[in-house]
Design a protein around this ligand. Structure first.
Ligand code: C5P
Length: 400
């Protein structure tokens, strides 16, 4: 059976390129249905898409009498194998980022269960606007797959980033994207462990889990089968195969259970170095004492515990958050924790790392000279890290 593709077209001048994208998909043998927003109909007529796809075009949610036996938006969401929105205006991006469902297209987005391919298209300043950037980061954090716009001349006679990717690029991205991690099992830890003091209090580390979740998303996009062991995160883990844990001991246990079935381990979690020695079963009462003492004992180092279990073909990657002596400390951890590679970042910088959407990591390995990802989105940093892990995996397992 041919693949079923749902194409969402929103109101931007790049609509004319979507006609060509539609044609490419039909020529490839896919069945294509198109949802247009009313604004898109001002740029290209529905008849154009209808002639190309041979299907009726969906525009208005409330077309009484047309296919009365289906609830259109739910039916379309269930019908599609892949969902592409091209062009995606700043407006639709904002609506999807905030769960607004006020037309057929956005109402179809909400019940759709898989990541959507979204090809932004807008004026350079609209694209650079922090609100748009924040909305794009949100889409990415929900697992949607953003197809980066190109830089160049715009319809509004300006130059810069915001031109929708070319139809051929979108086609290749969706249907021909290389899957270098396909067939591999990737285990990722993310977020911070929480070490309980009593039923209501705990000690934790500062970590949003954004970097670990970016690794999860990218590993999936690169074709891996991914399992996540998550501590506390401020970003959602919905939609991923996740084991939720609290303490470092629980994380150790979960990772030990998974490790034999893992090809690549990425330990991105911020594991607490210490836990409370005597957990109080009841809430510790506020007394008149001016101070109390909580005794801490050392947690096991998960990576060090795993080192003896490591099989020859496996690749282990760790993270090192450093405020000084980045290289010396990263290399020390690489050796002591039995790692193949370590991604170090400078936490003294405010523009990257904790809670931000960007990162710049330096990757150390015993295999080659350290290299920097440059300051990029956490997703791009994650992709670079994983491609290097794949390279090491290839060397260990006799295929590059
Ligand atoms: O020693 P440090 O905490 O800087 O090392 C960071 C790396 O070690 C990270 O990959 C982290 O997930 C891992 N780690 C661990 N067990 C701990 C502490 C950190 O596996 N107890």
């Amino acid at each position: 059976m041919s693949k079923k593709i749902l194409l969402g077209v929103t109101g931007g001048i790049a609509c004319y390129k979507s006609v060509h994208l539609c044609r490419l998909m039909v020529k490839a043998g896919y069945e294509v249905k198109v949802i247009m927003t009313p604004a898109a109909c001002s740029f290209v007529t529905p008849l154009t898409f209808q002639a190309i796809t041979g299907n009726r075009i969906y525009i208005n949610e409330f077309d009484a009498g047309v296919e009365p036996d289906i609830i259109e938006h739910v039916w379309l969401a269930g019908w599609a194998d892949e969902f592409i929105i091209a062009p995606a205006t700043a407006n639709i991006i904002a609506k999807i980022a905030h769960g607004i469902a006020d037309d057929l297209l956005t109402s179809t987005v909400l019940p759709y269960k898989k990541p959507i391919f979204i090809a932004p298209s807008m004026n350079v300043d609209m694209y650079a606007n922090p609100v748009t950037q924040k909305n794009l980061a949100l889409l990415s954090s929900f697992g949607h797959d953003l197809i980066d716009p190109n830089t160049g001349e715009m319809a509004c006679r300006t130059e810069g980033k915001g031109r929708m990717a070319e139809p051929e690029e979108i086609f290749d991205y969706v249907f021909c994207k290389e899957k270098p991690l396909s067939g591999l099992k990737v285990l990722v830890t993310a977020g911070a462990t929480a070490e309980a003091i009593d039923p209501v209090r705990f000690i934790t580390n500062r970590s949003s889990g954004k970097m670990g979740l970016a690794v999860v998303r990218q590993a999936k996009a690169l074709g891996a089968e991914v399992r996540l062991v998550a501590g506390l995160t401020s970003v959602g883990t919905e939609g991923f195969d996740t084991v939720k844990v609290q303490s470092a001991l629980e994380m150790l246990d979960a990772v030990q259970k998974e490790i034999a079935q893992t090809d690549i381990l990425v330990m991105a979690a911020a594991v607490a170095d210490f836990r409370v020695a005597e957990y109080s079963e009841t809430k510790i009462k506020k007394t008149d004492e001016a101070e109390i003492t909580i005794r801490l004992v050392k947690n096991p180092d998960i990576l060090k515990e795993l080192a003896p279990l490591k099989k020859n073909g496996q690749v282990f990657a760790g993270f090192a958050a450093e405020s000084d002596n980045l290289e010396v400390n990263a290399r020390k951890k690489l050796a002591e924790k039995g790692l193949d590679m370590i991604a170090a970042n400078d936490i003294s910088r405010k523009d990257i790392g904790f809670e931000t959407d960007d990162n710049e990591i330096m990757i150390f390995s015993s295999d080659r000279e350290p290299f920097s990802t440059g300051k990029v989105s956490k997703d791009t940093a994650a992709e670079k890290l994983l491609l290097f892990a794949r390279e090491l995996y290839g060397k260990k397992n006799g295929s590059v």
